[in-house]
Design a protein around this ligand. Structure first.
Ligand SMILES: C[S@@+](CC[C@H](N)C(=O)[O-])C[C@H]1O[C@@H](n2cnc3c(N)ncnc32)[C@H](O)[C@@H]1O
Length: 369
C-alpha cells in the first residue's frame, strides 16, 4: 500500500474490531469501513446512538420546520391521486429518522378524501433508538418496520427518502500515472487505522471517467443498487419515489466523504461507530440505475417554493407570536436560501409516467438550480 499518511489511533470498540479484521485479512475498501462504522449490528453509528437533533450530531430539514414534511405530504397525496387512487398503496420511507417528516406529511394530508384509508405505512430503518422515536411519532398509523426495501410487500409505491442515500457506503479512487487506484483502509506500523492506495488496478476502473493523474472520484455501489431496486418496483407495480439529499447532478471529480461528531467535522477514520459518515449523492447515477422516467434534480429551494412554502410560512405566521414568526422566517431561509440548503440539496423524482412533470419539477433545461 502506498499513499496519504492520514490515520487515526484506534480508540473505539468498533475501531478495535475493524483493526483486528484488517490485521487478519488485509486492507478493506472505504465502503466496507463505512458500512461497518454506520451499520455494525451492535456498535454501528446508526444502531446505537440518537444521531439527530441538538443532543445528536446533526439536524435535518424536517427537524428544522414542519413545513418541509407538510409540503412533501401534499406532493405524495397529489401523486396518489394522479396514480388513480390505488388501494392499498405502499407508503415507504427510507431512513425516517425520528419520524418527524412522515408525521408532518400525514397530519397535512388527513383531509385528502380516501388517502389515509388507502395507505399502508412501511419504514425502512436499521436504528434501534430511531425506530423507538418513529413508533412514538407514528403509532396511530401502525407502521411496519423493515431492514431493507426488498422486505416491503409488492404494490403501488409512494416512496420518500430524505438524507438517506448520503449514508450509503462509497468507494474512493485516485488517478495515478498507472491508472485508477482504490483508496483503502489499512493499518500503519503503529497499529492506527490509515488510508492508503491499493497497489494494483481496480475492477471499477471501467466505471470511472477519463481523468488526468491526481484526479479523485467516488462511487456508491450501494446507492446504485438501491436506486435500481426502486426502479424495478416502479416498473412492476407503478408509483413514485422522491429522493432529497445533498449532492451533485452528474458525476463530478473529487471526494466528499465527511465525518461529523457533535455538530463538528471529524476525521473519517476517527472513532468509528461514534462518528457520522456521509457523502454527496451522485443523482445522475441514481437516475441511470433506476431506469424509469426521472424528473430533476432540482434545487430544494426551487422545489419547495414551487410547492408553496412561502405561502405556507405566511399562513403559519398569521397565528404566530413575534418570536415564533421570526423562527418561521429563519427556518424558511434555512430550507430554501441558495447559501443554505436551497441549492446544495437536490430533489429527484422517479416515476412510472413521463407524460407530465410532477409538482415542483419542470421539463425545461433551466430547471437545475
Ligand atoms: C441522516 S438520517 C435522516 C433521517 C430523516 N430522513 C430526516 O430527514 O430527519 C439517516 C436515516 O437513515 C437510517 N439509515 C442509515 N443507514 C441505513 C441503512 N443502511 N439501512 C436502513 N436505514 C439506514 C438512519 O437510522 C436514519 O434514520
Amino acid at each position: 500500500m502506498t499513499g496519504r499518511p492520514e490515520g487515526a489511533a484506534v480508540t473505539s470498540e468498533l475501531g478495535r474490531l475493524i483493526a483486528h479484521r484488517i490485521a487478519l485479512t488485509g486492507p478493506i475498501p472505504i465502503a466496507d469501513f463505512m458500512a461497518e462504522a454506520l451499520g455494525h449490528p451492535r456498535l454501528g453509528y446508526y444502531r446505537r446512538a440518537m444521531p439527530l437533533g441538538t443532543q445528536g450530531d446533526f439536524t435535518t430539514a424536517p427537524e428544522i420546520s414542519q413545513m418541509f414534511g407538510e409540503l412533501l405530504g401534499a406532493w405524495l397525496a397529489e401523486r396518489w391521486q394522479a396514480m388513480g387512487r390505488p388501494s392499498p398503496a405502499r407508503l415507504v420511507e427510507l431512513g425516517p429518522g425520528r419520524g418527524t417528516l412522515m408525521a408532518d406529511a400525514l397530519r397535512a394530508t388527513r383531509s385528502v378524501p380516501g388517502f389515509h384509508a388507502a395507505l399502508d405505512l412501511h419504514l425502512v430503518d436499521t436504528s434501534t433508538p430511531l425506530r423507538a422515536a418513529q413508533q412514538a411519532a407514528l403509532a396511530t398509523f401502525m407502521p411496519a418496520w423493515h431492514e431493507r426495501l426488498d422486505d416491503v410487500p409488492a404494490g403501488p409505491l409512494l416512496l420518500i427518502a430524505n438524507e438517506f442515500f448520503d449514508a450509503l457506503p462509497v468507494r474512493q479512487f485516485h488517478k495515478t500515472a498507472q491508472g485508477w487506484r482504490e483508496r483503502m483502509v489499512g493499518l500503519g506500523p503503529d497499529g492506527a487505522l490509515r488510508l492508503a492506495l491499493a497497489p494494483g488496478p481496480t475492477p471499477f476502473a471501467a466505471a470511472l471517467p477519463e481523468a488526468p493523474a491526481g484526479a479523485e472520484a467516488e462511487l456508491s455501489e450501494a446507492g446504485r443498487t438501491l436506486a435500481g431496486a426502486i426502479g424495478a418496483r416502479l416498473r412492476r407495480d407503478g408509483g413514485w419515489a422522491l429522493i432529497v439529499d445533498y449532492g451533485h447532478d452528474r458525476l463530478s471529480f473529487g471526494t466528499s466523504l465527511q465525518a461529523v461528531r457533535d455538530h463538528r467535522g471529524a476525521g473519517i477514520l476517527d472513532r468509528p461507530g461514534e462518528t457520522d459518515l456521509s457523502a454527496h449523492v451522485d443523482f445522475a447515477a441514481l437516475a441511470t440505475a433506476a431506469a424509469v422516467p426521472a424528473f430533476g434534480p432540482v434545487g430544494q429551494g426551487r422545489f419547495l417554493r414551487r410547492l408553496g412554502i412561502e405561502e405556507r410560512a405566511r399562513a403559519l405566521k398569521r397565528q404566530a407570536s413575534a418570536e415564533q414568526a421570526s423562527a418561521i422566517d429563519a427556518a424558511l431561509a434555512r430550507l430554501i436560501a441558495p447559501d443554505q440548503m436551497g441549492t446544495l440539496f437536490r430533489v429527484l423524482a422517479l416515476g412510472d409516467d413521463r407524460s407530465a412533470p410532477p409538482a415542483g419539477f419542470s421539463n425545461t433545461p433551466s430547471d437545475a438550480t
